[in-house]
Design a protein around this ligand. Structure first.
Ligand code: ADP
Ligand code: MG
Length: 439
């Protein structure tokens, strides 16, 4: 979903088109750098797939790398029979936080925003169960919570192979619990409890999803107590501190708060640059300073997006075989950096609106006709194109059937004059401007 959402933003696809063309796809397989996306065949055929290939494939490829950091040499699109039971998508191997990316302390850049969290995590990894218990990490999305948790897991796997460590998202925890409850027998529940109460280090990521779900919260409370009593290490992450959870029972709140709470904030400019440089080093790439500076200046609040921007440029430059320049960055990162910018106003767009307003056709307004019904709207269009776009006079002229740019200047000046003296023209300009930029 994140990949498709990224494509949507990137290409500025309308909601309706998105629902129709992209949303129905799901991950079917990922093997040898080839990603297979499938869609059911209800009302779709090969030409549907061809349309997607032609219009969206490059952007999807780039988005795959942008979102997951994984390379994708090709994408296959397939139709699956809607009546056949489709194999469950194997996207477990394709999730963003699967531990194949080597989240480690070495690849984590320390800055003033995350120093406390980093030190606490390292301390806990070195001496699990002995210092801060539980360790509660909190901070907004994409700021490094999962990276730190996975680093603890990896550190323990490597340095204390005898210890049982389990990293799990609160979503999976919930699903496993529901499954155990649904099976309805004691063995299923016992198995669940055994699993969670016999480990040395338990890391639960994004605990906010457990909070408020009564039965999950209750079961988690027991797990927590059992582990804590045995001096087993518990590490939790969340998007906010315990005190901000309104529906969290006090007994849980106080348990969460009895160890150490460490928050992670947004990185400052220097840290952002350092993260980009680190990533560059890990990926064996070399970027110009101005590209790094451009990204670090503009992508501020989320490290996932910061990396995503870099991934996107790498993927794009590989696929299109072009060097990564500031120009490329400015062009390709537009929608990431200015997500709410309105669609670009072009001279064509303006001319279309002006023609419509005066009930004449675009070919008439662009013709050489000099009658007043056409000449006046044409001058209005010239004026608005000049004022509302940065298109050169020459190209405005070309669109309006005027080769000579003095005619354009004449038209623009004429309307400029009229605005001062003629109420009607002033009104028309105002109405048209509103039509061109509705908000
Ligand atoms: P969260 O879990 O807080 O939403 P993640 O841990 O998934 O965020 O981080 C998002 C991305 O940013 C990951 O790819 C992670 O490796 C990277 N990242 C976050 N913080 C740092 C950091 N300090 N140094 C290097 N990479 C970082
Ligand atoms: Mg996370």
């Amino acid at each position: 979903n994140d990949i498709l959402e990224t494509v949507r933003k990137d290409l500025d696809i309308s909601e309706v088109r998105y629902k129709n063309w992209l949303e129905p796809f799901f991950v079917y397989d990922y093997k040898d750098n080839i990603l297979t996306l499938a869609v059911d065949n209800e009302g779709r055929n090969d030409s549907f797939l061809n349309y997607i290939r032609k219009n969206y494939l490059l952007s999807i490829k780039v988005a795959v790398t942008e979102v997951t950091g994984k390379e994708c040499s090709d994408i296959e699109l397939i139709l699956v029979d809607k009546n056949e039971k489709v194999e469950p998508p194997k996207h477990q191997t394709f999730s963003r936080n699967s531990n194949d990316r080597k989240y480690t302390f070495e690849t984590f850049v320390v800055g003033s925003n995350n120093r406390l969290a980093y030190s606490a995590c390292l301390a806990v990894a070195e001496a699990p169960g002995e210092i801060y218990n539980p360790l509660f990490l909190y901070g907004g999305v994409g700021l490094g919570k999962t990276h730190l948790m996975r680093s603890i897991e990896n550190y323990i796997l490597e340095n204390y192979p005898e210890k049982k460590v389990l990293y799990i998202t609160s979503e999976s925890f919930t699903n496993e619990l529901i499954e155990a409850i649904r099976n309805g027998n004691n063995t299923a529940m016992t198995k669940f409890r055994d699993k969670y109460r016999n480990i040395d280090v338990l890391l639960i990521d994004d605990i906010q999803f457990i909070i408020g779900k009564e039965s999950t919260q209750e079961e988690f409370f027991h797990t927590f107590n059992a582990l804590h009593q045995d001096k087993k290490q518990i590490i939790l992450s969340s998007d906010k501190p315990p005190k901000d959870f309104e529906t969290l029972e006090d007994r849980l709140k106080s348990r969460f708060e009895m160890g150490l709470m460490a928050d992670i904030g947004a990185p400052d400019y220097e840290t952002r640059v350092a993260i980009l440089r680190k990533k560059e080093e890990l990926d064996h790439y070399s970027f110009d300073d101005d590209v790094i500076n451009y990204i670090a200046t503009n992508v501020k609040s989320n490290i996932r997006e910061l990396e995503g921007a870099l991934n996107k440029l790498i993927a794009y430059s590989k696929l299109e075989k072009t060097p990564i320049t500031l120009d490329l960055a400015e062009r390709e990162l537009q929608n990431l950096i200015f997500p709410n910018r309105p669609i670009e106003i072009t001279p064509e767009f303006i001319i279309g609106i002006v023609a419509e307003h005066f009930h004449i056709s675009v070919s008439e307004i662009s013709s050489k006709k000099r009658s007043n019904e056409v000449a006046y709207p044409r001058q209005i269009a010239m004026y608005l194109c000049r004022e509302m776009t940065s298109a050169p006079l020459k190209s405005i002229g070309a669109l309006l059937g005027k080769k000579d740019h003095t005619t354009i200047i004449y038209g623009i000046d004429k309307i400029g004059e009229k605005i001062k003296s003629d109420e009607k023209t002033r009104e028309v300009i105002e109405i048209l401007k509103k039509k061109i930029t509705p908000n």
